[in-house]
Design a protein around this ligand. Structure first.
Ligand SMILES: *Cc1c(COP(=O)(O)O)cnc(C)c1O
Length: 234
């Protein structure tokens, strides 16, 4: 039996090695612990082992854990699909939102972001897998979306995010992640200050780091397998 603390440490080591192998400073890569489907006790265990940034995908589940852990200085990232009727609680309870893929959602998040909090950090989700995936805006839509989102007062556009289709083909993984980086570099050349590439999960984060990832979203490698979820939260 390995503990969460041990798996977290092993994951940190793998992140560091992947960064070093790519000639990058390991400090440039944030390890986001994806804790969806895991209990607040498990989050507490990761927190006690030094983890501060946690990613959640399901709003009701996340709010319940936030309430239980509210005394801890956790940085909460919302990484799930965003329904427009959930934008207010998301804007109120998270520091980051990774999956913004249309303007209407961004506008609602901006309107709902409380003045008492700093601007909400957002990433635009891009579909780099073509027909193999449905989530995210198309690559040729990202420039217009970036322009509109960067004008919203209560959001801070930080960069791009992607979830490529699962694949064991390492060369394909590289191409998907490289596409996101090239899109980010293209926007940066137009003057956008985008410091974030949110890409890489348990099975492909080393490849993502090689292609420039600055946030890897890792669940299974830290917390172990999730119970299959049947609910699609109403
Ligand atoms: C669940 C999830 C992850 C983590 O996946 P693992 O394979 O468990 O590391 C990362 N990103 C998003 C958007 C997720 O929904």
């Amino acid at each position: 039996m390995t503990t969460i603390s041990e798996r977290l440490q092993a994951t940190r080591d793998r992140v560091r090695k992947a960064a070093e192998a790519a000639g990058r400073d390991p400090q440039e890569v944030l390890l986001l612990a994806v804790s969806k489907a895991h209990s607040s006790d498990e989050l507490q265990e990761a927190f006690d082992a030094g983890q501060r940034a946690f990613g959640e995908s399901y709003l009701q589940e996340a709010l319940a854990k936030q309430e239980l852990l509210k005394s801890l200085p956790i940085e909460w990232h919302f990484i799930g699909p965003i329904q427009s009727n959930k934008t207010r609680p998301i804007a109120e309870h998270f520091s980051w939102v990774h999956g913004v893929d249309r303007l209407k959602i961004a506008q609602r998040l901006s309107e709902a972001r409380p003045e008492t909090l700093p601007p909400l950090n957002v990433c635009l989700q891009v579909n780099v897998s073509g027909e193999a995936s449905k989530s995210g805006c198309a690559p040729n839509e990202v420039a217009a979306l970036a322009e509109a989102v960067s004008a919203l007062p209560r959001l801070k556009l930080r960069g791009l995010m992607t979830i490529p289709e699962p694949s064991d083909d390492i060369a394909l993984q590289h191409r998907r992640f490289r596409m996101l980086k090239e899109l980010r570099d293209g926007l940066a050349a137009q003057g956008y200050a985008l410091d974030t590439l949110s890409m890489g999960m348990s099975d492909d984060f080393a490849t993502a780091i090689a292609e420039g990832s600055t946030i890897v979203r890792v669940g299974t490698a830290i917390f172990g397998p999730r119970q299959y979820r049947t609910e699609t939260e109403a």
